[in-house]
Design a binder for this molecule. Sequence first.
Ligand SMILES: Nc1ncnc2c1ncn2[C@@H]1O[C@H](COP(=O)(O)OP(=O)(O)O)[C@@H](O)[C@H]1O
Ligand SMILES: [Mg+2]
Length: 227
Amino acid sequence: MIAVNEVHKEYIDGETHVRALRGVSLKIEGGEFLSIAGPSGSGKTTLLNIIGCIDNADSGDVDIDGDRVGGKSKKELTEIRRAKIGFVFQSFNLIPVLTAYENVSMALSLLGVSDAENRERTMALLAEVGLEGMEHRRPSRLSGGQQQRVAVARALIKDPLIVLADEPTANLDSTTGEAILKLMKDINRHRGTTFIFSTHDQMVMDYGDRLCRLHDGLIESDERRSA
Ligand SMILES: Nc1ncnc2c1ncn2[C@@H]1O[C@H](COP(=O)(O)OP(=O)(O)O)[C@@H](O)[C@H]1O
Ligand SMILES: [Mg+2]
C-alpha cells in the first residue's frame, strides 16, 4: 500500500550538504504496525515527512495507496495528505485555546460534516481513546499522556488509511508512553489503520510488529517480530 523506492534526500544549508536519506526502499502493507527506529539524525523525520506528503524526495519514488507522489504539485500533495494520512507529533501540537473536543472535531467541521454527525463521531472517538468526561478541557488542563490521546483522536477523526507518529512517546514517561503505544496498537487491531511510528527508544521499537532500523540515512535492518 505504501512503496518507497530508492528515495534520496539531501538538505543544503549554506556550504553544508547533509544526505539525510541515501537510497531508502520500503514496502508497507495495509494494516501494518511498524516502527522506524534509529538514533537522532538517522533520517526518521525526513522519511516520515516524505511518506506523509509534507516533503518531497530529491529522487526515487513514493506510492501511497496507488498514487505516485513524486512530481505532484503542493496542492495535489495536500489533497492526498488530507484524504489518507493522520499525524501524531512528539510535542502533541494541540491548539491551546481549543478544548479536546474542538481540537478533534475541527477537521470534520472544515469538511462540512453536520454538527450532529460531528458530535457523535468526536464524542465516540474521545471515549475510544480514554478521554470520556474530559472533552471540554483545554490542553493546559490535561496531562501529557492525555494530550497525546487527544492527538491520536485528532489523527483518526477522518478515518485515514495511515497514521504517521514521529517519536510519539519522546515527551512522555515510560509508563505513559507504553499506554499510548498500547492505545495505537488496539486501534490498529480494531480498525486496521496502518501505523508507522518512529523512535530511538528500545522499549518503544519493540512494540512494532515490524522493526526497521535506520542508520545514517540507510535502512540497516528490517525484521518482522512475533506479536
Ligand atoms: N531542514 C533541515 N536542514 C538541514 N539539515 C536537516 C534539516 N532537517 C534535517 N536535517 C538533517 O538531516 C539529517 C536527518 O535528520 P532527521 O530526518 O530529522 O533525523 P531524525 O528524525 O532521525 O533525528 C540530520 O543530520 C539532520 O541534521
Ligand atoms: Mg526526528
